[in-house]
Structure formats: C-alpha cells, structure tokens
Design a protein around this ligand. Structure first.
Ligand code: ZN
Ligand code: ZN
Length: 244
C-alpha cells in the first residue's frame, strides 16, 4: 500500500499548504484519511476527485473536515458532466450527529463507523482507538494484510497508543508541539511523546505530522531522534511511504 501526504499542518494551513489529508492507495483503490483545509486543492495534484473510493474521518474539527463541503460540490459537478453516477461514501463516527449528518449530500453518503468494530473498506481493515482530544476523535490502525499503518489523528499522549501501535510499519503521529511545550496539555502530542510511542511500540518508521506553523519544524525530528532509533520523517506535501 502507498500513502501520500496531501496535507500535514495542524489547526490551519500556512501559505500554499493543507491541513490533515492523507491519500492511501492499494492497487486501484483510493481512500482519503481526513479532508482538511486545502485538501481538495492539493489532492488534485495527484488524482482526480472522481477516483476517490472513500473518505474516512477521524473527527469533526475544521482542520480535518474543512474541504468536505467543496468535495461535495466538485462531485456534484462531475455528476452533472456524467463522469460519476454513484455517491462516494464518507465514513465518520456518530458521536456528533449534526456534524455526521453533513456528510451526506447529492453525491456523497455519510456512513457511520462503529469504533468498537473493525471497518472493512476495499482492501483495508481499520481498527479504531478513541484518542485523548477535546472532542470525540478516533485514531486508526490500517492493514492490507501485509503492512500496517497507524494514524493517531489528534491526540494528547495516552499509554493506550503503545499497544494499539505495536509493530506497525508506519506511525503517522500528531506532533503538534515541541518538546518544551509538554505542559500545554491541549490534546496534542510533543515530538518526544510521539517518539516514545514509536519506541515502545516497536515501530519501523515514524512520520511526524499535524505540524505547528511556528518554530523550526526540523527541531521536532531532532527531538524525536533522542528517544527513537528508527526512521523519522517530517510530513510534507507529496511525501510518499510505500509498504510492500
Ligand atoms: Zn487537528
Ligand atoms: Zn482536533
């Protein structure tokens, strides 16, 4: 399977950037994990919107869903042009009903996932973990039967991540904070907390994402490398991870 980072910024995008949006592909199946601000703009550098088979949302903060509305409009136009006939499923949790209801439109269909169950979409099996965040949010462990990706979505540190991430090939971790911001406790992790999970979870590759707009993001990598001996990457648009 192949993961392409489309949007990596936390909270809001900087100039010419997007917030949390990740394209995951296997064979011809394409699923988008979260669809943040600038996500639609950026994803068109890689695929056409008509190629999206499904979207899975971790939670309903704007930096993870901001472009759902414009995606719905793009699909409506594609339908009017006769390029699509079916609705695209958008999977979300139902702990915020009014937000969930917005996922259904002329050519999108909101589909509830039960975080206690495994979700099977295309070639992927997804398991969920409730994160430590200000609103209900679910991280995901995604496997194609060969390789495994864990996406923390938005979360403060919690020890549950270690078991949930165990032996994953790739950990896409919320690293919205620098090491010296540990005391902030705002539902996001520091670089070193993300690295702690990677280290204790025996992760192969750590991808630091949901990055802050300030400071030198490269410092996050340096800080993480003090704790974790595996590979560490800083998320950026177009970064590709491939697991075979
Ligand atoms: Zn966020
Ligand atoms: Zn959030």
């Amino acid at each position: 399977m192949k993961l392409t980072v489309i949007g990596f910024r936390g909270g809001y995008p900087g100039p010419n950037e997007a917030t949390s949006t990740y394209l995951l592909e296997k064979e011809d199946y394409k699923v988008v994990l979260d669809f943040g601000s600038g996500g639609l703009l950026k994803i068109q550098n890689y695929i056409n919107v008509t190629e999206i088979d499904a979207v899975v949302l971790s939670h309903y903060h704007a930096d993870h869903i901001a472009d759902i509305g414009v995606l719905q409009h793009a699909l409506l136009v594609e339908a009017q042009l006769g390029r699509i006939t079916k609705s695209t499923p958008i999977y979300g949790h139902n702990e915020n009903e009014s937000e969930f209801n917005k996922l259904t439109d002329d050519y999108t269909e909101g589909v509830i996932y039960n975080p206690a169950d495994k979700l099977h979409i295309g070639p992927f099996e997804i398991t969920f973990l409730k994160t430590n965040h200000s609103v209900p949010c679910f991280g995901m462990r995604i496997t194609d039967g060969k390789k495994t990706i864990v996406y923390t979505a938005d979360t403060g540190y919690q020890k549950e991540w270690i078991d949930f991430s165990k032996n994953a090939d790739l950990l896409i971790a919320d690293a919205n904070l620098y090491d010296d911001q540990k005391e902030l406790d705002i539902g996001h992790m520091t670089s070193t907390q993300a690295a702690q999970i990677a280290s204790e979870g025996n992760i192969e590759t750590l991808l630091l994402s949901h990055l802050p707009q300030y400071g030198n993001n490269q410092d996050l990598v340096t800080e993480a490398q003090h704790i974790f001996n595996g590979k560490v990457f800083l998320a950026k648009e177009g970064l590709i991870w491939e697991g075979k």
